[in-house]
Structure formats: C-alpha cells, structure tokens
Design a protein around this ligand. Sequence first.
Ligand SMILES: [Zn+2]
Length: 404
Amino acid sequence: MRSTTILRRVVGVVTLFVSGMDYDQGWVIDVHPRWRNPRCGMCCRRAPGYDQRPARRWRHLGLGRCRVWIRYAPRRVDCPDCGVRIEQVPWARQESVFTHDFEEMTAYLAQTMDKTAVTKLMAINWRTVGAIVDRVIAERLDPDRFDGLRNIGVDEFNYGKHHRYLTVVVDHDRQRVIWTAKGQGSKTLGKFFDELGLRRIAQLEYVTMDMAAGYIKSVRERAPNAEIVFDRFHVQRLVSNAVDEIRRAEIHKLAGTAAAAFIKGCRYPTLKNPWNLTRKEKQKLAIVQKNNNALYRAYLLKETFAAALDYKQPKRARQAIDEWLAWAVRSRLQPMIKAARTIKKHKEDILRYVKARLTNGIVEGFNTRTRMVTRRAFGFHSAKALIAMIYLCCGRIELDPALP
Ligand SMILES: [Zn+2]
C-alpha cells in the first residue's frame, strides 16, 4: 500500500487528496478536496473561482501523543448569490478552525463528561467547546421535531445564583426536549406556540405541567383544544406539604414534652410512600396512630388521596376524589382544608391524569439531567450556551465519533 494511502486511512481523510506532510508541533497534512471546481461556502453551489487565500490549518483528531492539522490554501469564489466568499471545504464547517471529526468527538464527549475532562482530552478551552456545541446543534437538531406532536410537557427550570429561569418543553411520545428558552410563565411559553404555528397547535392532545398559573393561562389561550394534565406528583406534594405543616403545628403545641421530640422524628414515616418504609419507621407510624389523632388523620388523608389517583377508571377516581374532598374539608386540619380548596379548584385537570396517564416525570427526569448539565456547563454564564448544552444532552442527538 502506498504511504499516502496509509496516511489517509490513519488520519481518516480517505475522501481527500493528500499532497504532502510536514512536522511542526505535530503532523501537518496537506490536502485538497477532490472536486476541481470550488463551491461557495455559504450556499454550497459551484461558483467561479475568484482568488486563493494563504494556506491555513484546521485542527484534526490527534494521533497518539501528536496533534494533527489539515492544511490547505482555500480559494475564494465569486458566487452569483452570495458575492465573494471562501470556498466550502468538505472536512470542516464554515468558519470553524476544527475538522468535522474533531467537532463530532468534542460534542460527543461534552454529552457525557465533565468540563475538565473534555477540555483536557481535546486540549481546547471550555469556551471553544461551547462554540463547537453551538455549531453541532445548529446542524443536528431535528428541524422536524415539532411535526406530529401530540403530548407535551412544560416545566420551568431555574439556574444560576440569581433565580434565572428557562422554560423547557418535552415531547412525551419521543421522549426528548424539543424547545427551551430563557424566561418563565405565559409570555415565554407563548413564544413556543408562535414557533409551533396554528396547524400543529391544533393537533396537541395533552399538555402536562405543574399548577403554575402562567403556563395554564398560556395553554388555555393559545391551545384551547389541548387538555391540561396536572402532574400528579406535584398535586400530591400539596397534600404532603399539608401533612408536614400539621406535624410542625403539633410539635409547637406539645413543645417541651417527650411527645414533641417523638413527632419531630416522624417526618419521613409520615411523608414516605408506605411501601418504602423501614421496619423502624413503620413502628413509629404505629405509635402516631395510637397517640396523635391530628397527625394520623393527616397521614391517612395523604395516602387516600394518592390511592384515588391510582384508579384506572376515571369514574371511580372521580368518586374517590369527591369523597376525599368532603373528608378533607371536614377534617378540621387547616393546612389540609387549604390544600383541598386548591385541589377542588383544579379537579378536572387533576383527574385528567387518570385518562391520560401522563406525568411530568419525564420532564423532571430531564430536569435532573439538565441540572447535571448546568453543573458541568458552569462557566458558560449565558443562557444561550446552556440551552445548546440542554439540546445536546436531552434532545436525542445521536453522535458517532467512531471512524468508519
Ligand atoms: Zn453562494
């Protein structure tokens, strides 16, 4: 095999002409595209040559301990549409000083690794990683991701020290983040509906969310056909918070007694799901049942509420919720009465869960992942860079850095 053929295979530039190589702080490989007629870097169409620029380098994937660059003197074309432009080269994106392979690998690593690992392995700084991720996203983010949307979830996500927010929209059916932007509430979600357009809005069936007034308003106004589904776990949290408030009130009431100290230690036994309780926690709960009327009633209300949403038949769930509401209102437990009022107000949107069987769990899952991304992306400081990272890590962008 000829040495240039071997070189082309090893470096992974089989589709290029290799005209020479050099060593200058690493391997420098002289190449040129196989096409004779240059193409416009903007529109990719063939265009008459204009002049030639001095040779420049593109950073490529390293070989062992050596850095590798690809060197070429690009031509300029006189494109009838775009004017005088640098020609398109097949190994790199327009305006990038890295090759496709290098950028693909960097983005792939950025999907999983922390900041320091990526920058060390690729020997570039974090800002450069951000710029690469931007370019990869611009090319790889599925432009058809809004088509055929049926069920979506909306959630807000706070980041940074100063309570800045992003709104995140996920596609329940394809399990991916499809849209995210800076800000929260109806105005921000409105921008999503602007992009979606009337035809696709009309196809929406369910929108899951927590009970945030801004998003409710936006969906009611912009997507009146879509049905809102309140996330059951958010709703259940309302009731759990009431239980905890009642527990704290009991501690206050019994202050200074052994009973107060005991109830202080009952936070987890009264809040956890019963099937997750340890034996010790179960014993504590039994003591609560015997001695503390108010707290145990609150606990039973919490469990009964969760059970009502477990019904598979909407009719039975509705009946159970109605019974629960009547019980909660008569419970003489102020925090529970307050939670019941909220639940009564949103009853239809809460019950819709039984039919739709959708929760914001997937969004929450993305939230956890997004939080990881934020931590890894710390140092970006801008929402734009964070958004690009969220698309990269939660938008189902498949990267394959392995050479063919
Ligand atoms: Zn052009």
